[in-house]
Ligand binder design. Structure first.
Ligand code: SF4
Ligand code: SF4
Length: 457
């Protein structure tokens, strides 16, 4: 595991400047990692208080768990429900929604939306026109090289895990039309587009001849200060910019692995589920919000994946836990502050059956977790004209490296529930955990004169 994912000291080869040069040379690279432990040892987290590395996936999964169908995601369902796409929303009299804020939000998405339907959020065919695969001196070196490249291209977090078909969609959506640039955000980016043919295909038919063995999971931080304004166009700007960063990194990583002779396919939000892949790759725990919860960033980052045929012979990162779920049992900041009441207030995570969610096909049963109602959340996005993010803003783990937060991290796994509750309350006393204007009634205006208020009514 790369220690900057969790701040867990590891015995993975240090990739300092001198090591970077050595990694490029096969003989020296072998020597560099000769004393290195297996991936399992490298990721054990020894020496770090309260962080536990797991051999197996650390979340209970029902034996009858079925792969999720992309057709049932909230965004696709919204199109079939006739929910309008997010409308342009700016108001010079409302802080966080002034025209420059909105312009910044749109600009931040430039890379993401310009490539939205050109591959990274759609089916991206693995190319066959590749050189003979390069043979790495060892899986340890390949592992280190991949992380070196991802960080050089801009990733804040990188984890590597084996492909696990449970987390790939059973069917993937294939949009045959293209929506580029700014129009994508407001005319169908990521959703069923009226007038454009969309169809689903089984994973293997969608990507014939592609047989990935490894999934590289990357994360890009969202700016703390910008996110404290959520929900606003400023908070949207940092989320959009993280997606643009992920898109750029994936494009570079795909080329990198293709240049080495390995078919690779990038995905931001399509082809499968980011969060369980992120858990498996050691990027964090699953929290009450239903998001990936990293040791350093909390949930203040966005995630994407790269599938590749490169095999790493089990030299993978390990899942880690550091007491997040126990903390969530006693901290309800995100649930209490969610304007759409989409986040569960249940004491403990639970496992829904298919019967439990038969009227909510956008939920993924068979996993022990707190189930967030994604449809309520998305309806609020449309109402507010933003991608909200208030839940992440209110989370005590969201903060930068202030000493009292790191103290909470260190003590977290050893303290009982009441202490967790006290720590969550202290976060409020320190002035954190507030959202910008969550209760403000959404008032919509757009240049075409359409009004989208009252969606919930
Ligand atoms: S993004 Fe907003 S509406 Fe959605 S779950 Fe978080 S707080 Fe609730
Ligand atoms: S706000 Fe509290 S309950 Fe919600 S994810 Fe963060 S720690 Fe858990």
């Amino acid at each position: 595991m790369n220690d900057s994912n969790t701040h867990v000291p590891s015995k993975e080869p240090r990739i300092d400047r001198r090591s970077l040069l050595k990694l490029g040379a096969a003989g020296a690279a072998t020597a560099l990692v000769a004393g290195a432990p297996s991936a399992a040892q490298a990721n054990s987290g020894r020496g770090s208080l309260g962080v536990v590395a797991h051999d197996d996936f650390p979340i209970e999964i029902s034996p009858d768990y079925k792969r999720f169908d992309h057709y049932h995601t909230v965004l696709n369902l919204a199109g079939r429900r006739g929910i309008p796409n997010m409308a342009p929303y700016y108001d010079n009299d409302k802080p966080g929604f002034a025209i420059p804020d909105y312009a910044m939000s749109l600009a931040s998405a430039t890379v993401f939306y310009d490539y939205l339907n050109d591959g990274l959020n759609n089916i991206h065919e693995a190319t066959d026109a590749l050189p003979e695969p390069y043979t790495f001196p060892s899986s340890a070196v390949a592992h280190a090289q991949i992380k070196r490249a991802a960080r050089l291209f801009g990733a804040d977090l990188v984890g590597i895990t084996r492909r696990d078909e449970r987390w790939d969609y059973s069917e993937v959506l294939h949009s045959e039309g293209r929506v580029r640039g700014e129009t994508a955000k407001h005319q169908g980016g990521g959703v069923m587009i009226p007038g454009v043919r969309n169809r689903t295909l089984p994973w293997d038919e969608a990507l014939p001849g592609f047989n990935p063995k490894t999934v590289i999971v990357i994360g890009c931080e969202m700016e703390y200060e910008a996110l404290t304004t959520a929900p606003s166009q400023i908070a949207d700007a940092t989320a959009n910019h993280a997606y643009s960063g992920l898109t750029s990194i994936l494009m570079h990583m795909t080329k990198f692995l293709n240049n080495l002779g390995y078919k690779s396919v990038p995905s931001v939000n399509r082809l499968g589920l980011n969060i369980p892949y992120g858990v498996a790759a050691g990027l964090g725990e699953l929290n009450r919000m239903g998001l990936l919860h990293n040791y350093k960033y909390g949930s203040r980052f966005r995630v994407a994946r790269l599938y590749t045929e490169l095999e790493l012979d089990e030299y993978f990162d390990k899942p880690v836990t550091f007491g997040v779920q126990r903390f969530c049992e006693n901290c309800l900041h995100c649930a209490d502050n969610c304007p759409s009441q989409a986040i569960s207030h249940d004491d403990k995570p639970t496992i829904y059956t298919a019967e439990d969610v038969k009227d909510r096909p956008y939920m993924n049963p068979g996993v022990r977790k707190w189930y967030t109602d994604g449809q309520k959340c998305h309806d609020y996005w449309i109402e507010s004209g933003t991608a909200c993010g208030s839940c992440i803003t209110t989370c005590p783990y969201n903060k930068p490296n202030f000493w009292h937060h790191r103290l909470i991290d260190r003590l977290n796994t050893f303290l009982p529930g009441r202490a967790h509750k006290f720590m969550a309350d202290m976060d409020l006393l320190h002035g954190y955990g507030k959202v910008f204007d969550a209760k403000a009634p959404a008032v919509f205006w757009n240049p075409k004169g359409r009004s989208y208020d009252g969606l919930k009514g």
